[in-house]
Design a protein around this ligand. Structure first.
Ligand code: FMN
Length: 401
């Protein structure tokens, strides 16, 4: 037992889908990490797996009847209140839709609706069911209400179809469970994270930009959220989904990003600027599409708004500002200069000349450098792990602020 969930109480809700048998293994994995598991089943779930199996695996009676308080020995309100986390695995289309619409016609739905706990839901179903607009709308509704949806995997489904709908890998679900119940050491932080790429338009259809996909900002947002921080995102073009965070504003240009940030800058305790903001923009933006004519077409660029500098100049007391730098040479020296010129507390300097590092990659070759000159050479590091390092560095810095 490695014990990462030691002492935690987890309610595992099982609904009537073909992958209900995988919930047996999940219950064992959770127990192996030291948590206590109480299983709640829908009546239809029992058509797929016996409650006896869960009772034997978890050592606890399975709750399945709303009204039979004597048999289960626990009410739906107790189940809703006395836990660190509720996980629904698998979640059927039927269950998702009922829950998203506030229906409470079985024990598990009552538990969820009465609970203030963190909730993870793992959908699993036929691909056409999953892609059905009604189900997607209900899933979006749940995400908006703070429910963590573990996206299903794609592949061969039990029903014979191939596509998205297979229950997510149990290891992935376990990672999310662990994140949810880990310490909330950053719960006092109100964080602004900028992400993605800005676009500067020359005419209605042409622009200059960069290959940023927003993944780094997303990894940081997830890590800091799992440690209890409030997460606000201002992002340019990106290829991720920021909807689940506390606020999300999409912008196009550097100027729009600066304007959006300026609205609430004073309210943030921590600003992390992962966005790749264009250094230059067109001197004039044309209203109509430029026609192809001469062989050579000259444009003039002017210096763009420096968003990071703006944030640094307007830094308030106790605010921590973290910048990112993408460099191809003199990485550490250039990053150190940037700390001073932009009034930063910390910088993540990425050597994008290294293989598998930078835009569109899942890793970075990074150095963490603080304003006192301390350098952590992290080397090639997965963006999720980089987010973890950044979170623990901020925790330490906060102690001295
Ligand atoms: C063999 C079989 C497999 C099923 N698998 C799934 C499934 O994987 N996902 C799903 O959403 N529904 C599945 N269903 C349909 C559900 O059992 C049905 O919608 C039921 O009402 C769900 O009840 P519950 O949400 O109260 O547990 C399956 C039905 C059968 C007969």
């Amino acid at each position: 037992m490695s014990g990462e969930l030691k002492g935690k109480k987890i309610v595992l809700g099982v609904t009537g889908g073909i992958s209900a048998y995988k919930a047996c293994e999940l219950s064992r994995m959770i127990i192996k990490e030291g948590a206590q598991v109480k299983v709640v089943m829908t009546n239809n779930a029992k058509k797929f797996v016996s409650s006896l199996t869960f009772q034997y695996l978890t050592g606890n009676k399975v709750a399945d009847d709303m009204y039979d308080l004597e048999e289960s020995g626990i009410s739906h309100i107790q189940l809703a209140d006395e836990n660190d986390l509720i996980v629904i695995c698998p979640a059927t289309a039927n269950f998702i839709s009922k829950y998203a619409n506030g229906i409470a016609d079985n024990l598990l739905l009552n538990v969820l609706l009465a609970s203030k706990s963190q909730i993870i839901l793992c959908p699993a179903m036929n691909v056409n069911m999953y892609e059905n607009n009604l189900i997607q709308d209900n899933i979006k509704k749940l995400i908006k209400n703070g429910i963590h949806i573990v996206e299903p995997d794609s592949g061969a489904l039990a029903c014979g179809w191939i596509g998205k709908g297979r229950l997510a890998n149990l290891e992935t679900i376990m990672e999310i469970i662990k994140k949810k119940v880990q310490n909330k050491s950053l719960k006092k932080e109100n964080v602004l994270i900028t992400a993605g790429a800005t676009r500067e338009y020359m005419d209605p259809v042409r622009f200059i930009s960069n290959p940023s996909t927003g993944v780094m900002g997303y990894c940081i947002a997830e890590e800091f959220q799992s440690k209890g921080a409030k997460i606000n995102i201002v992002a340019g073009y990106n290829e991720v989904n920021f909807d689940k965070f506390d606020s999300y504003k999409e912008i196009t240009t550097a100027e729009e990003m600066r304007n959006e940030i300026s609205k609430n800058l004073n309210k943030y305790s921590l600003v992390i600027k992962t966005a790749a903001v264009g250094d230059y923009r067109f001197s004039t933006r044309l209203d109509n599409k430029v026609k192809k004519s001469d062989d050579v077409f000259r444009v003039e660029l002017e210096k763009n708004i420096d968003v990071l500098k703006y944030i640094g100049e307007n830094k308030k007391e106790n605010q921590i500002i973290v910048g990112f730098a993408a460099e191809t040479q003199n990485v550490v020296e250039n990053a150190k200069k940037k700390i001073n010129s932009k009034n930063l507390d910390l910088i993540v300097a990425n050597d994008i000349s290294k293989k598998n590092s930078g835009f569109g990659q899942s890793s970075n070759f990074s150095f963490l450098i603080d304003s006192s000159g301390n350098i952590d050479e992290l080397g090639l590091i997965d963006k999720n792990d980089l987010a973890k390092k950044l979170a623990s560095k901020i925790e330490k810095m906060r102690q001295n602020f």
